[in-house]
Ligand binder design. Sequence first.
Ligand code: TNX
Length: 461
Amino acid sequence: MRPLTKRLGDVIPAPALVVPEPAVTFTLSPDTTTWLAALPGAGDENGGVRLELDDAAGLGAEGYRLAIAGDGVTLRAATRAGLFWGVQTLRQLAAGDGVLPGGVIEDRPRYAYRGAMLDLARHFFTVDEIKAHLDLLIQFKINHLHLHLTDDQGWRLEIPGWPRLTEIGGGPGTGCDGAGPGFLTLAEYAEVTAYAAERFVTVIPEIDMPGHVNAALVAYPELTVDGQPIAPRTDAEVGYSSLVAGKEETYAFVEAVLKTVADATPGPYLHIGGDECLSTSPEDYRAFLARVLPLPAKYGKRAIGWHEIAGVELPADTVVQYWRPEAEAPSVVASGRQVIMSPADRVYLDMKYDENTPIGLDWAGLVPVARSYDWDPAHRLAGLPEESVLGVAAPLWSETLRSPADVQYLTFPRLPAVAEVAWTPQSGRDWASFRDRVAAFGPRWEAAGVNYFRSPEIDWP
Ligand code: TNX
């Protein structure tokens, strides 16, 4: 049963505290609704809505307090980020007729890191496509965008001094159909990070090493074991390529790349990959990471790596991104490092929803929306203290994707489920409630031309 009228709690992610005042409403003019979507800031006021910075209110780094009364709306936060997330709540409540249900919301995130990853390597997406995707993500209070920039099939970021990386490595990606060539120039990358920063989103660049490097080896054969040229690949195999741990050329290359990427990145993180190095011996993997893991700190950044890195000595501030399977969990826990939770069987957006999903993969099983929703990041890894969980992130690998419409199909409505896992206190989450609330987004996505999956789990209007 869907409610006939809007309720103050009809927001995704569900706010931490909602105190409705059912007799009260406030109606926004269409002008004010447009203004809310145009990045209003502290001190701004429009059509009875006021945005105020107030660091005495104890709302935390991203929290906000929204009061909707009959004569106007006040949004308060200690930071501009908090105001921005409060504005996203207001936009959701105003959807449709501009009528806001009365009462007070006091809200703040469970986790500081609420991420989504887009794989530009297997299929390239342009600056405009990345921006449009980000515009959809921020509505659900996602605050980190991880860009997987390099892999066997493509190298997607300009590196001055290494032009063949993007001349040759910026090739077609996975699928052999000529779809998806391209790369970001440093100016375009700066445009993406600036656009994200205006929306309080941190961009995390990933340069995947020592495996997943076929595109780099094709571009610079001096990096291969015997210096001989190798062929480009567009298939979806993993684990066959590796940088050579025992070659000095390797480290000159890696340092040039990481310095460039660090200098180009305003955010604090640099992701160095480290996953699926099935053709790197354990000794070489260890030797390679011993030299490479200190480099992000040398250039002012904090290193993130996929959880395989937990098998080696890690600098103290390294972040481990857990993806699967349970057998790897003890080393992640034993590493004592902060962890980003991305279990593939819950939050990999490239997994098929069900056996009829026309795109996507299924190696981690089918992932219907309820599976993305019904889990607790604090209890996924036995022995991991809750304070070690930095947050939750949903990767979208692009081997089977050909267009922004494909991105949207796998992202919505699963990403809103993951966003609620990351933002809302566990005690405030409930699948039946989420299921009702997400249904209201169907017509909104349709109106906005967003190609969402009409999951049969949800009773869409
Ligand atoms: C595993 S998960 C990978 C990627 C693939 C993905 C496909 C991880 C760190 N690596 O190389 O694209 O599976 O789902």
